[in-house]
Design a protein around this ligand. Sequence first.
Ligand code: TRP
Length: 332
Amino acid sequence: MARVFSGIQPSGELHIGNYLGAVQNWVTLQHQHDCLFCVVDLHAITQPYDVSSLAQRTIEMAIGLLAVGLDPERAIVFVQSHVPEHSELNWLLNTVTPLGELERQTQFKDKAQRHDSIPAGLLNYPVLQAADVLLYRATLVPVGEDQLQHLELMREIARRWNTRFAEGAGFTLPEPQALLATAKRVLGLDGRAKMSKSLGNTIGLFDTPETIWEKLKPAATDPARVTRKDPGNPEICNIFTIHQGFSPPATQQQVAHNCRTAGWGCLDCKRVLADNMIATLTPLRERAQELRAEPGRVREILRAAATKARALARATLARVRQCMGLLEGAEA
Ligand code: TRP
Protein backbone atom coordinates (compact mmCIF):
# COMPACT_ATOMS: atom_id res chain seq x y z
CA MET A 1 0.00 0.00 0.00
CA ALA A 2 1.28 3.43 -0.91
CA ARG A 3 1.71 5.93 1.86
CA VAL A 4 -0.08 9.26 1.52
CA PHE A 5 0.72 12.46 3.38
CA SER A 6 -0.96 15.83 3.22
CA GLY A 7 -1.25 18.87 5.42
CA ILE A 8 -3.62 21.74 6.03
CA GLN A 9 -3.04 24.96 7.91
CA PRO A 10 -5.05 25.64 11.08
CA SER A 11 -6.92 28.59 9.61
CA GLY A 12 -9.73 28.04 12.11
CA GLU A 13 -12.32 27.42 9.47
CA LEU A 14 -12.66 24.60 7.02
CA HIS A 15 -14.50 26.06 4.02
CA ILE A 16 -16.11 24.58 0.94
CA GLY A 17 -13.01 25.39 -1.11
CA ASN A 18 -10.88 23.20 1.19
CA TYR A 19 -13.56 20.56 1.14
CA LEU A 20 -14.10 20.28 -2.62
CA GLY A 21 -10.46 20.92 -3.48
CA ALA A 22 -8.79 18.63 -0.98
CA VAL A 23 -10.39 17.20 2.09
CA GLN A 24 -13.22 15.34 0.37
CA ASN A 25 -10.58 13.48 -1.60
CA TRP A 26 -8.67 12.68 1.58
CA VAL A 27 -11.75 10.88 2.87
CA THR A 28 -11.69 8.68 -0.25
CA LEU A 29 -7.93 8.12 -0.07
CA GLN A 30 -8.11 6.77 3.48
CA HIS A 31 -9.91 3.72 2.08
CA GLN A 32 -7.23 3.07 -0.54
CA HIS A 33 -3.90 3.92 1.08
CA ASP A 34 -1.96 4.23 4.26
CA CYS A 35 -2.72 7.87 5.08
CA LEU A 36 -1.42 10.61 7.34
CA PHE A 37 -3.21 13.97 7.48
CA CYS A 38 -1.62 16.72 9.44
CA VAL A 39 -2.71 20.06 10.85
CA VAL A 40 0.43 22.04 10.09
CA ASP A 41 0.67 24.51 12.95
CA LEU A 42 4.42 24.91 12.52
CA HIS A 43 3.80 26.16 8.99
CA ALA A 44 1.11 28.54 10.20
CA ILE A 45 3.53 30.40 12.47
CA THR A 46 5.76 31.44 9.56
CA GLN A 47 3.31 34.28 8.88
CA PRO A 48 2.10 36.90 11.34
CA TYR A 49 -0.60 35.18 13.40
CA ASP A 50 -2.81 35.53 16.43
CA VAL A 51 -1.03 33.71 19.23
CA SER A 52 -4.01 33.54 21.56
CA SER A 53 -6.20 31.63 19.11
CA LEU A 54 -3.67 29.27 17.49
CA ALA A 55 -4.41 26.32 19.78
CA GLN A 56 -8.15 26.76 19.33
CA ARG A 57 -7.83 27.03 15.54
CA THR A 58 -5.71 23.88 15.56
CA ILE A 59 -8.25 21.82 17.46
CA GLU A 60 -11.09 23.26 15.38
CA MET A 61 -9.31 22.17 12.20
CA ALA A 62 -8.83 18.68 13.63
CA ILE A 63 -12.53 18.58 14.55
CA GLY A 64 -13.36 19.62 11.00
CA LEU A 65 -11.28 16.84 9.49
CA LEU A 66 -12.91 14.26 11.71
CA ALA A 67 -16.39 15.66 11.07
CA VAL A 68 -16.06 15.33 7.29
CA GLY A 69 -15.28 11.66 7.72
CA LEU A 70 -11.59 11.11 8.30
CA ASP A 71 -11.60 8.06 10.52
CA PRO A 72 -8.92 7.78 13.22
CA GLU A 73 -9.07 4.00 12.78
CA ARG A 74 -8.04 4.35 9.14
CA ALA A 75 -5.95 7.48 8.85
CA ILE A 76 -3.51 9.16 11.20
CA VAL A 77 -4.97 12.63 11.77
CA PHE A 78 -2.53 14.59 13.90
CA VAL A 79 -0.98 17.91 14.79
CA GLN A 80 2.44 18.66 13.34
CA SER A 81 3.98 20.18 16.47
CA HIS A 82 3.01 17.09 18.47
CA VAL A 83 5.66 15.21 16.52
CA PRO A 84 8.88 17.14 17.13
CA GLU A 85 10.71 14.94 14.62
CA HIS A 86 9.29 17.18 11.86
CA SER A 87 11.46 20.00 13.14
CA GLU A 88 14.49 17.80 13.49
CA LEU A 89 14.28 16.46 9.96
CA ASN A 90 13.67 20.00 8.76
CA TRP A 91 17.06 20.96 10.17
CA LEU A 92 18.82 17.97 8.66
CA LEU A 93 17.28 18.64 5.24
CA ASN A 94 18.27 22.31 5.40
CA THR A 95 21.82 21.10 4.90
CA VAL A 96 21.05 19.77 1.41
CA THR A 97 18.58 22.44 0.30
CA PRO A 98 19.81 24.96 -2.26
CA LEU A 99 19.18 28.52 -1.10
CA GLY A 100 18.55 29.66 -4.67
CA GLU A 101 15.63 27.25 -5.01
CA LEU A 102 14.06 28.57 -1.81
CA GLU A 103 14.37 32.14 -3.03
CA ARG A 104 12.78 31.21 -6.33
CA GLN A 105 9.57 29.80 -4.79
CA THR A 106 6.64 31.96 -5.90
CA GLN A 107 4.81 31.49 -2.61
CA PHE A 108 7.86 32.76 -0.76
CA LYS A 109 8.17 35.76 -3.05
CA ASP A 110 4.48 36.61 -2.60
CA LYS A 111 4.47 36.23 1.16
CA ALA A 112 7.84 37.94 1.62
CA GLN A 113 6.38 41.15 0.19
CA ARG A 114 4.15 41.45 3.24
CA HIS A 115 7.16 41.71 5.56
CA ASP A 116 9.65 44.50 6.19
CA SER A 117 11.99 41.97 7.72
CA ILE A 118 11.56 38.52 6.20
CA PRO A 119 11.65 35.73 8.80
CA ALA A 120 13.95 32.84 7.86
CA GLY A 121 11.07 30.50 8.68
CA LEU A 122 9.18 31.82 5.68
CA LEU A 123 12.10 31.00 3.42
CA ASN A 124 12.42 27.54 4.96
CA TYR A 125 8.71 26.76 4.76
CA PRO A 126 9.17 24.33 1.84
CA VAL A 127 11.96 22.50 3.67
CA LEU A 128 9.63 21.84 6.59
CA GLN A 129 7.05 20.69 4.06
CA ALA A 130 9.61 18.30 2.59
CA ALA A 131 10.37 17.04 6.09
CA ASP A 132 6.65 16.43 6.69
CA VAL A 133 6.45 14.04 3.79
CA LEU A 134 9.92 12.45 3.81
CA LEU A 135 9.68 11.73 7.55
CA TYR A 136 7.08 9.09 6.73
CA ARG A 137 8.68 8.13 3.42
CA ALA A 138 5.30 8.91 1.88
CA THR A 139 5.15 8.66 -1.90
CA LEU A 140 1.82 10.31 -2.71
CA VAL A 141 0.99 13.87 -1.75
CA PRO A 142 -2.51 15.12 -2.58
CA VAL A 143 -2.24 18.87 -3.19
CA GLY A 144 -3.62 21.66 -5.29
CA GLU A 145 -1.74 23.17 -8.21
CA ASP A 146 -0.41 25.97 -6.04
CA GLN A 147 1.78 23.41 -4.25
CA LEU A 148 3.44 21.88 -7.32
CA GLN A 149 6.52 24.02 -7.01
CA HIS A 150 6.94 22.97 -3.39
CA LEU A 151 6.53 19.34 -4.47
CA GLU A 152 9.22 19.70 -7.13
CA LEU A 153 11.58 21.16 -4.54
CA MET A 154 10.72 18.34 -2.16
CA ARG A 155 11.77 15.84 -4.82
CA GLU A 156 14.98 17.75 -5.39
CA ILE A 157 15.72 17.69 -1.64
CA ALA A 158 15.13 13.93 -1.53
CA ARG A 159 17.40 13.42 -4.55
CA ARG A 160 20.17 15.51 -3.06
CA TRP A 161 19.93 13.79 0.29
CA ASN A 162 20.02 10.41 -1.42
CA THR A 163 22.99 11.33 -3.57
CA ARG A 164 24.96 12.62 -0.64
CA PHE A 165 23.99 10.15 2.10
CA ALA A 166 22.04 7.15 0.90
CA GLU A 167 24.75 5.71 -1.30
CA GLY A 168 25.43 2.16 -0.20
CA ALA A 169 23.44 2.55 3.01
CA GLY A 170 20.50 0.54 1.68
CA PHE A 171 18.16 3.28 2.79
CA THR A 172 16.69 6.06 0.70
CA LEU A 173 14.13 8.81 1.00
CA PRO A 174 11.68 8.05 -1.82
CA GLU A 175 10.83 10.94 -4.13
CA PRO A 176 7.17 11.78 -3.49
CA GLN A 177 4.68 12.47 -6.25
CA ALA A 178 1.91 15.02 -6.30
CA LEU A 179 -1.60 13.66 -6.51
CA LEU A 180 -3.30 16.57 -8.21
CA ALA A 181 -6.84 17.44 -7.23
CA THR A 182 -9.12 16.87 -10.21
CA ALA A 183 -11.95 19.14 -9.06
CA LYS A 184 -12.12 22.60 -10.60
CA ARG A 185 -10.90 25.20 -8.16
CA VAL A 186 -13.64 27.01 -6.28
CA LEU A 187 -13.16 30.75 -6.11
CA GLY A 188 -14.28 32.94 -3.24
CA LEU A 189 -17.75 34.44 -3.18
CA ASP A 190 -16.29 37.55 -4.83
CA GLY A 191 -15.61 35.33 -7.87
CA ARG A 192 -12.09 36.75 -8.12
CA ALA A 193 -9.57 35.38 -5.64
CA LYS A 194 -9.21 31.84 -4.41
CA MET A 195 -11.51 31.04 -1.51
CA SER A 196 -9.63 31.80 1.67
CA LYS A 197 -10.48 32.59 5.24
CA SER A 198 -8.10 35.53 5.33
CA LEU A 199 -9.91 37.14 2.38
CA GLY A 200 -13.31 36.75 4.06
CA ASN A 201 -14.84 35.28 0.89
CA THR A 202 -15.68 31.81 2.15
CA ILE A 203 -18.65 29.64 2.91
CA GLY A 204 -17.70 27.68 5.99
CA LEU A 205 -18.27 23.96 5.80
CA PHE A 206 -20.17 24.20 9.07
CA ASP A 207 -22.12 27.37 8.37
CA THR A 208 -25.81 27.17 9.26
CA PRO A 209 -28.43 26.97 6.48
CA GLU A 210 -29.31 30.63 7.12
CA THR A 211 -25.70 31.76 6.80
CA ILE A 212 -25.18 29.69 3.65
CA TRP A 213 -28.12 31.43 2.02
CA GLU A 214 -27.09 34.88 3.26
CA LYS A 215 -23.64 34.37 1.72
CA LEU A 216 -24.83 32.84 -1.55
CA LYS A 217 -27.39 35.53 -2.33
CA PRO A 218 -24.91 38.32 -3.13
CA ALA A 219 -22.17 36.00 -4.46
CA ALA A 220 -20.59 36.78 -7.84
CA THR A 221 -21.86 34.93 -10.93
CA ASP A 222 -21.06 35.31 -14.64
CA PRO A 223 -20.12 39.03 -14.75
CA ALA A 224 -21.60 39.39 -18.25
CA ARG A 225 -25.03 38.52 -16.93
CA VAL A 226 -26.22 41.97 -15.89
CA THR A 227 -30.00 41.73 -16.12
CA ARG A 228 -32.38 38.87 -15.52
CA LYS A 229 -32.89 38.46 -19.29
CA ASP A 230 -29.22 38.09 -20.20
CA PRO A 231 -28.23 34.51 -20.93
CA GLY A 232 -25.30 33.36 -18.78
CA ASN A 233 -22.30 31.15 -19.28
CA PRO A 234 -21.99 28.46 -16.61
CA GLU A 235 -18.40 27.71 -17.70
CA ILE A 236 -17.23 30.98 -16.19
CA CYS A 237 -19.63 31.11 -13.25
CA ASN A 238 -18.22 30.28 -9.84
CA ILE A 239 -21.69 29.35 -8.60
CA PHE A 240 -21.85 26.70 -11.30
CA THR A 241 -18.47 25.36 -10.14
CA ILE A 242 -19.95 25.00 -6.66
CA HIS A 243 -22.99 23.23 -8.16
CA GLN A 244 -20.54 20.72 -9.62
CA GLY A 245 -19.41 19.96 -6.09
CA PHE A 246 -22.81 19.67 -4.45
CA SER A 247 -25.56 19.03 -7.01
CA PRO A 248 -26.25 15.73 -8.77
CA PRO A 249 -25.37 15.53 -12.51
CA ALA A 250 -28.99 15.87 -13.67
CA THR A 251 -29.38 19.07 -11.68
CA GLN A 252 -26.10 20.39 -13.05
CA GLN A 253 -27.42 19.91 -16.59
CA GLN A 254 -30.69 21.60 -15.75
CA VAL A 255 -28.84 24.49 -14.12
CA ALA A 256 -26.53 24.92 -17.13
CA HIS A 257 -29.45 24.86 -19.53
CA ASN A 258 -31.51 27.37 -17.56
CA CYS A 259 -28.49 29.63 -17.24
CA ARG A 260 -27.68 29.62 -20.99
CA THR A 261 -31.32 30.26 -21.92
CA ALA A 262 -31.96 32.78 -19.14
CA GLY A 263 -34.75 30.45 -18.03
CA TRP A 264 -33.63 30.99 -14.47
CA GLY A 265 -32.27 34.07 -12.81
CA CYS A 266 -29.12 33.72 -10.74
CA LEU A 267 -31.16 33.70 -7.55
CA ASP A 268 -33.20 30.73 -8.77
CA CYS A 269 -29.99 28.89 -9.48
CA LYS A 270 -28.56 29.82 -6.09
CA ARG A 271 -31.66 28.61 -4.28
CA VAL A 272 -31.26 25.15 -5.80
CA LEU A 273 -27.59 25.20 -4.88
CA ALA A 274 -28.32 26.27 -1.32
CA ASP A 275 -30.74 23.38 -0.89
CA ASN A 276 -28.20 20.87 -2.15
CA MET A 277 -25.39 22.31 -0.07
CA ILE A 278 -27.52 22.28 3.03
CA ALA A 279 -28.52 18.66 2.44
CA THR A 280 -24.87 17.61 2.10
CA LEU A 281 -23.46 19.76 4.86
CA THR A 282 -26.04 19.39 7.62
CA PRO A 283 -24.81 15.97 8.79
CA LEU A 284 -21.22 17.24 8.75
CA ARG A 285 -22.17 20.28 10.80
CA GLU A 286 -23.94 18.08 13.31
CA ARG A 287 -20.94 15.80 13.64
CA ALA A 288 -18.68 18.81 14.20
CA GLN A 289 -21.04 20.00 16.93
CA GLU A 290 -20.90 16.64 18.65
CA LEU A 291 -17.10 16.67 18.57
CA ARG A 292 -16.93 20.25 19.88
CA ALA A 293 -19.01 19.10 22.83
CA GLU A 294 -16.36 16.47 23.60
CA PRO A 295 -13.00 18.25 23.56
CA GLY A 296 -11.46 15.56 25.75
CA ARG A 297 -12.26 12.92 23.18
CA VAL A 298 -10.76 14.94 20.35
CA ARG A 299 -7.58 15.53 22.33
CA GLU A 300 -7.34 11.83 23.04
CA ILE A 301 -7.72 11.06 19.30
CA LEU A 302 -4.93 13.53 18.51
CA ARG A 303 -2.71 12.18 21.24
CA ALA A 304 -3.09 8.61 20.02
CA ALA A 305 -2.48 9.71 16.42
CA ALA A 306 0.67 11.59 17.39
CA THR A 307 1.95 8.46 19.14
CA LYS A 308 1.46 6.43 15.97
CA ALA A 309 3.02 9.10 13.77
CA ARG A 310 5.96 9.42 16.13
CA ALA A 311 6.78 5.74 15.96
CA LEU A 312 7.03 5.98 12.16
CA ALA A 313 8.92 9.25 12.34
CA ARG A 314 11.50 7.95 14.78
CA ALA A 315 12.23 4.93 12.64
CA THR A 316 13.00 7.17 9.64
CA LEU A 317 15.00 9.63 11.68
CA ALA A 318 17.16 6.93 13.23
CA ARG A 319 18.22 5.85 9.74
CA VAL A 320 18.66 9.42 8.54
CA ARG A 321 20.90 10.31 11.49
CA GLN A 322 22.90 7.16 10.95
CA CYS A 323 23.35 7.83 7.23
CA MET A 324 24.49 11.36 8.01
CA GLY A 325 27.14 10.08 10.39
CA LEU A 326 25.77 11.51 13.63
CA LEU A 327 26.88 9.84 16.84
CA GLU A 328 24.32 7.37 18.17
CA GLY A 329 22.80 7.86 21.59
CA ALA A 330 19.85 10.13 20.87
CA GLU A 331 17.44 7.27 21.71
CA ALA A 332 18.38 7.48 25.40
N1 TRP B 1 1.87 24.08 2.24
C1 TRP B 1 0.62 23.35 2.22
C2 TRP B 1 -0.52 24.33 1.91
O1 TRP B 1 -0.42 25.49 2.21
C3 TRP B 1 0.34 22.65 3.52
C4 TRP B 1 1.34 21.57 3.80
C5 TRP B 1 2.28 21.56 4.78
C6 TRP B 1 1.48 20.35 3.10
N2 TRP B 1 2.99 20.42 4.76
C7 TRP B 1 2.53 19.65 3.74
C8 TRP B 1 0.82 19.80 2.00
C9 TRP B 1 2.94 18.41 3.27
C10 TRP B 1 1.25 18.56 1.54
C11 TRP B 1 2.30 17.87 2.18
O2 TRP B 1 -1.53 23.90 1.40
